[in-house]
Write a protein that binds this ligand. Structure first.
Ligand code: UD1
Length: 369
């Protein structure tokens, strides 16, 4: 008989799927240190770096998404799918997990499907108000589904679903503000604006920033952390560095999110599910710019609760370039309002989400030991 629970986590593609899975893994270890954990992801996506960095092993499955528009890449899809199913079968047969956890992303599809066919309990964690296609397909196999938004429940079997909020990494809170400012080479006298485009960066946010950065930096006197995404970094850094803005930190990706949040007085962000949950957790006043290019317009839904509660302002993608400087100046120098937004964000936070989910996963695993 097995002594230790073995949990397999499948999550891939973007930070929005991978970081909640890492948060669950950390919480599982915290609840029961001897829990064994393995991740499944794809070699060419960010999980391949992020998961080992967090201290966990990861195995590769070759899947990728099916493109809705016509492209020759789709010809490979059936081959990739079959290969992924064989790879998933091998991983599940050798690792023998007691529970498989899907945090979404294409990679969770074949792994979850094979687990379902083998009768291995499946737990789903769905981050968004409009569930992703993989989690919707896997829902019928699931023992339990954890969501963050009540709107998601409409698309999922009600009897299995529980709203816990999104699991967030415990390491994101508690960083010291002075040390954080120092780590960016900033001083205490000027406000800090953090701009994030989600784990991959956002083209229109970058374009709006390019048009507004001199005004924000020189006229408003702000210190700015601008996370632009790996695919935009080379071009932007050449263009922006020529402007010689000494209090601008342009970066492809922030490995030190805890410090970035601690340093920031105001955050401009895409409304990806984890970004929203982290803004609540850290109590950061924010301007949310939902991506217009996501399924079911789910980022606008993600943003809604925060905007309604007064934690965030909504800024439309198309209006950003013209209006952002005025809005930022209005918000960042108004201490009283920042405090109100901070409290409103904290009131929405669900800091125990990862712990609650981990406890239930371990309960399900226990019945299989
Ligand atoms: C364009 C797109 O399809 N976006 C989706 C993707 O967003 P995306 O991958 O951007 O995900 P989220 O906004 O949910 O989370 C981003 C995560 O990456 C981390 N981070 C981000 C930037 C950085 O420099 N460093 C860093 O560590 C954040 O701390 C956070 O943990 O998945 C989300 C969750 O399913 C969805 O809600 C989004 O709609």
């Amino acid at each position: 008989m097995d002594k230790n629970p073995r949990i397999l986590l499948a999550a891939g593609g973007t930070g929005g799927h991978v970081y909640p899975a890492i948060a669950i893994a950390d919480a599982l270890k915290k609840e029961q240190a001897e829990t064994e954990i393995l991740f499944v992801g794809t070699r060419d996506h960010m999980e391949w770096q992020a998961v080992p960095k967090a201290g966990y092993d990861i195995r590769n499955v070759w899947i990728s998404g099916f493109h809705r528009r016509f492209t020759l890449k789709n010809l490979l899809f059936p081959v990739k799918l079959m290969t992924s199913i064989v790879q998933s079968l091998r991983i599940l047969s050798s690792y023998k997990p007691h529970v498989v956890v899907s945090c979404g992303g294409y990679v969770a599809g074949p792994v979850g499907w094979v687990a379902g066919k083998k009768g291995i309990p499946i737990v789903i964690q769905e981050q968004n108000s409009f569930p992703g296609v993989t989690n919707r397909l896997l829902a019928k196999f699931a023992t339990k589904i954890f969501t963050a938004f009540k709107e998601a429940d409409r698309y999922l079997p009600e009897d299995k679903t529980e709203i816990t909020g999104n699991p967030t990494r415990a390491t994101l809170t508690g960083a010291d503000r002075s040390k954080a400012l120092q780590s960016f080479g900033f001083d205490e006298s000027k406000p800090v604006l953090l701009v994030m485009g989600g784990s991959g960066g956002a083209k229109t946010i970058n374009e709006a920033m390019k048009a507004n950065i001199e005004q924000l930096h020189n006229s408003a006197g702000l210190q700015v952390i601008w996370q632009c995404g790996a695919r935009y970094y080379d071009e932007l850094s050449t263009e922006v560095n020529e402007k010689e803005l000494e209090n601008l930190r342009l970066t492809a990706f922030l490995d030190n999110m805890a410090e970035a949040y601690a340093a920031a007085d105001l955050v401009i962000s895409r409304a990806g599910a984890s970004s929203c949950s982290e803004l609540m957790l850290t109590g950061k006043p924010s301007v949310l710019v939902p991506s217009p290019n996501v399924a079911g317009d789910h980022q606008t839904q993600n943003a809604k609760a925060m905007v309604d509660a007064g934690a965030s302002k909504l800024l439309e993608d198309t209006a950003m370039k013209e209006t952002m400087t005025e809005l930022v100046e209005q918000l960042i120098f108004d201490q009283e309002n920042l405090k109100r937004m901070n409290q409103a964000a904290l009131n929405l936070a669900k800091p125990d989400a990862a712990k609650l989910i981990a406890k239930e996963i371990l309960e399900i695993a226990k019945s299989k030991l």
